[in-house]
Ligand binder design. Sequence first.
Ligand SMILES: Nc1ncnc2c1ncn2[C@@H]1O[C@H](COP(=O)(O)OP(=O)(O)O)[C@@H](O)[C@H]1O
Ligand SMILES: [Mg+2]
Length: 263
Amino acid sequence: MPFLEITDLNLFYPIYEGLFSPKLIKTVEAVKGVSLKLEKGEILGLVGESGCGKSSLSRAILQLEKPTSGSVLLEGKELTGLRGEALRKRRLDFQMIFQDPYASLNPRMTVYEILKEAIKQRHPQFTREALDKRIFELMDQVGLSRQFTQKYPNEFSGGQRQRVAIARALAPEPKLIIADEPVSALDVSIQSQILNLLSTLRKDLGLTMIFISHDLSVVQYLVDQIAVMNQGKIVEYGKGEDVFNNPQDPYTKMLLDSILPLS
Ligand SMILES: Nc1ncnc2c1ncn2[C@@H]1O[C@H](COP(=O)(O)OP(=O)(O)O)[C@@H](O)[C@H]1O
Ligand SMILES: [Mg+2]
């Protein structure tokens, strides 16, 4: 049984027009018939140009957006039918890391408070002592000094802020992390530091992750598998090295051509 199994997933957005009696004028087919599998401890790179449906797919997997049809099984259990309290509980198993950590971190909370809130989702009964221990552990894991726990998000650099966001994602001990363009807003030198961190965390903690990027070169050294998305569909899907060395789909070839240096 695969850890995560997505079968024929569709997410269509109905677009209405008119204030008083809105009429359906069109349907944006953001995710079309997507099927993917992910084993525990693997990283799947989801790649495609802006607007191809990557974020929509991630929201449909996490049930932040109700899929139009299709199935998402996590450890064999269906997610798409979950509602209310059952869905809220299950959400603890997923965490997201976003492109802009500044927008996703509460500016009025210290790092300590941010991490405390995230840990308490999983362990509401944790004492002050247990919280301190876990928060220091998270700071160590993401390579931030323990002295930084009393700082606010705006006191950090972009790369450090993304480390805080990663620590927060790890805090509730999720089963699956979806990182949506997590390095796209960072300088190239900082990008590689964050990619190295994710790679280390994967080794140390056995993280299972979907790593989204519009840039195929970014995922190259991190991922086990690559799914290439174009206009809502997965056009190529396979082992990372196969997709890089022997792309089958013309769209993948085009993406690769755009990153390889001319020789
Ligand atoms: N809430 C929404 N309502 C209507 N259309 C949307 C919505 N979110 C995204 N879209 C459209 O769906 C398509 C895919 O968008 P998105 O998933 O954000 O792509 P990506 O993350 O790859 O840039 C785009 O055409 C976008 O305009
Ligand atoms: Mg997106």
